[in-house]
Design a protein around this ligand. Structure first.
Ligand SMILES: [Zn+2]
Length: 316
């Protein structure tokens, strides 16, 4: 009996030791979305992206989110988070619901029904209902998520009440984009910000309501994939607590639409080091629970390590 207890304790220690430490974030080569693998081995997907060849086995486009999950041998997705119901963010969720055991759908509840400007389609709801996943709806700034004992997960946007059509410049596309769910995740000293498609007023909201989290952000999912929307005082605040690590991740398929659309040079000018997905390149960021992170790209294949060393009040 004593032996068995010792064995169980040892096995328990081995399991926790095997998982302790790493948090992995994957950005696909196919337009948009994120896969988060937590230190305890749970998997979350934010914005599975465009459907079909962008999602699954896409030699033409590089590794999509569906392909990545299957390559990793993942069977269960704890939650699918949809930042806002534009099809380039949610459409592949229907396939995801069919391919994996998905426990939960998380969103803001903003304008969910189909109309000519956005909203989920019938296929999405059909696949969701068939999946048996729960729906956690109505997330707004101020909420927290208990995803993993080693992670702090905060919802920083959208605000309550939602941004109005008038506050969105009476532009239907911006109205949806501005109300994107914004998630901030901290692991050890490394923090990540996932912004969906937030526009300038929503970036300004983050700057004024959550300055500590924005200064601390090491890895920024650049809003709207790097296209059009940029609030420069927000950009300059991102990661300013540790100037040697200020990384932004954007998408080439958006920014290559010409200099008028492309804000990546400005994000860069404001001090961020930019890595871009697409063009067969996918990006993986791994943090170890301390102050180190490794960023790997598939094309060109390579890894870079960074150390988050906060600026002290007395120094520099
Ligand atoms: Zn959008």
């Amino acid at each position: 009996m004593i032996r068995l207890c010792v064995w169980l304790l040892t096995a328990g220690w081995m399991i926790s030791a095997a998982f302790a430490g790493n948090f992995k974030v994957f950005y696909p080569a196919t337009h948009t979305g994120w896969v988060l693998e937590t230190p305890s081995g749970k998997v979350y997907v934010i914005d599975p992206g465009i459907a079909d060849e962008f999602y699954d086995t896409a030699p033409k486009h590089g590794t999509g989110i569906g392909t990545y999950l299957k390559q990793r041998g993942i069977k269960t997705v704890e939650a699918v988070v949809i930042s806002h119901p534009h099809s380039d963010h949610f459409a592949a969720a229907a396939q995801l619901f069919r391919d994996f055991r998905v426990r939960e759908l998380i969103d803001t509840g903003f304008n969910p029904r189909t109309n000519k400007f956005g909203g989920y389609n019938a296929e999405f709801w059909k696949a969701f209902e068939k999946s048996g996943a729960k729906h956690r709806v109505g997330l707004r700034a101020g909420a927290t998520l208990a995803w993993d004992p080693e992670l702090t997960v905060k919802v920083l946007g959208p605000k309550t009440p939602f941004w109005t059509y008038a506050e969105s410049g009476k532009d239907a596309e911006r109205y949806y984009n501005q109300n994107s769910l914004v998630l901030w995740v901290r692991h050890g000293s490394v923090s990540y910000l996932f912004t969906g498609d937030i526009t300038q007023p929503a970036q300004n909201f983050l700057r004024t309501h959550y300055p500590a989290e924005i200064k601390d952000t090491a890895i920024l999912g650049i809003p709207h994939h790097g296209k059009y929307y940029l609030q420069e005082d927000f950009a300059r605040l991102v990661g300013s607590a540790h100037p040697a690590v200020r990384i932004g991740i954007a998408s080439l398929s958006h920014t290559k639409k010409g200099p008028k659309a492309d804000r990546v040079p400005v994000w860069r000018r404001d001090g961020l080091t930019i890595f871009t997905g697409d063009n067969h390149n996918d990006i993986t960021v791994t943090s170890n629970g301390g102050n180190a992170l490794t960023l790997e790209t598939s094309k060109p294949s390579g890894a870079k390590t960074f150390q988050v060393i906060p600026v002290t009040a007395s120094g520099r």
